[in-house]
Design a binder for this molecule. Sequence first.
Ligand code: GLN
Length: 287
Amino acid sequence: MTVAQALRDATARLAATSDTARLDAEVLMAHALGCTRSDLLLRHMTGEVPPGFAALVERRLGHEPVAYITGSQEFYGLDLTVSPAVLIPRGDSETLIDAAREAFADATPQRVLDLGTGSGALLLAAATLWPQAEAIGIERSPDALAVATANGRRHAPHAQFIAGDWTLPNWSAALGRFDLVLANPPYVEDAADLAPSVRAHEPAQALFAGPDGLDDYRALIPQIPGLLSVCGIAMIEIGWTQTEAVIALAQAAGLTAKLHHDLGGRPRAIEMADPRNKALGKADLRD
Ligand code: GLN
């Protein structure tokens, strides 16, 4: 059987469990061949099917996400290592980076913090955009911290990844203040109807945040004023139904709140700042 035929067969089988069956088949085939997807399409279609391909398709049929099977996921142009210890970085989360770029315009944040960094995706995207900035990622899961640290070595060796848990007292005592605080906290309702690829495979502690999905926002948002420099902003990911609830928490913490949408047009991030922020020049970014 040729690679082209095996891709057709695998696509037909995967269509039962995946909305992206053809893409999944191609990515798994490229992984089995040890080449890029474009090399696969340009050079390997009439070649022999590599022996490992069938087993990869079986794993995907069991709802395992492609990124965990291949061990990598692209985010903001960076090739990141991922494992089941970390949430797979989503394209939707790139909204936070685009919105932060827009907010800073020609200015440069001097200190960037990522809360619940997971694979390190948000922090490393920021560290790549603003290589002069001090970049710190906080993570409570030791296994996730190891993944982030490995990604940091590849993409931004100056980035620091530190164990920490924002639900514990004094976790941020030594951190100081930041011009940009990023976070994609857990925000899914405990009982949410999630795809099996998410619920059965991605880390529950990165996803779930109580019955209404707001537990981590309730713990974190009141702490944001203590983490921001006067000209700083926080860019926090939300679920698309959580806009009003998260804006209310920001306002209760004395912060301004501005909504950003993702490329699908859904609410995706809330930008928070000290109300004095607007009155200050962007050139003067530090306290
Ligand atoms: N965006 C993820 C999902 O829909 C959830 C991420 C999170 O809880 N931070 O599965």
